[in-house]
Write a protein that binds this ligand. Structure first.
Ligand SMILES: [Zn+2]
Ligand SMILES: [Zn+2]
Length: 143
């Protein structure tokens, strides 16, 4: 493991007041290296050699979510995708774009959207999670 990644992992864990364990460090390493949200299955596949089972991965992800380190980004094909909270706030996550042609998914880190307002009395919006669909630049230019 490269030392800068190791340092990032230590920092994330200490900021969340979590003890460093093998599974925690391994899963954070996968999320730090990922360019897009990951399913528990994808994380498990990455960690095949580490011998982590899915139950451990889910439990570890839940502890990260509880500590605010990780967000559940969206459900796709009935599977949750996870990523590091990064610069996202409690109330708003950066938008995600899915290409309807090739299925590629991207984090739109630099895009900010106004927070939705409650349409009627009595609604409390706790968090805004936006999923955009359309054509990615690659597919758009090839069509
Ligand atoms: Zn595409
Ligand atoms: Zn993202």
């Amino acid at each position: 493991m490269k030392s800068d990644v190791k340092r990032k992992i230590e920092k994330l864990l200490s900021s969340a007041n979590l003890r460093r364990t093998g599974p925690r460090a391994a899963i954070l390493r996968v999320l730090l290296g990922a360019r897009k949200p990951q399913t528990a299955g994808q994380i498990a596949a990455e960690l095949d050699s580490a011998g982590l089972n899915k139950v451990t991965i889910y439990r570890t992800l839940e502890s990260f979510i509880g500590a605010g380190l990780v967000h559940k980004v969206f459900l796709q094909e009935r599977t949750w995708h996870f990523e590091l909270s990064g610069n996202c706030t409690e109330s708003q996550c950066h938008p995600h774009f899915t290409c309807t042609n090739c299925g590629d998914m991207q984090c739109l880190m630099e895009m900010t959207l106004p927070m939705a307002k409650s349409p009627h009395k009595g609604f409390v919006i706790g968090r805004q999670r936006v999923q955009l669909e359309g054509l990615c630049p690659k597919c758009n230019l090839n069509l």
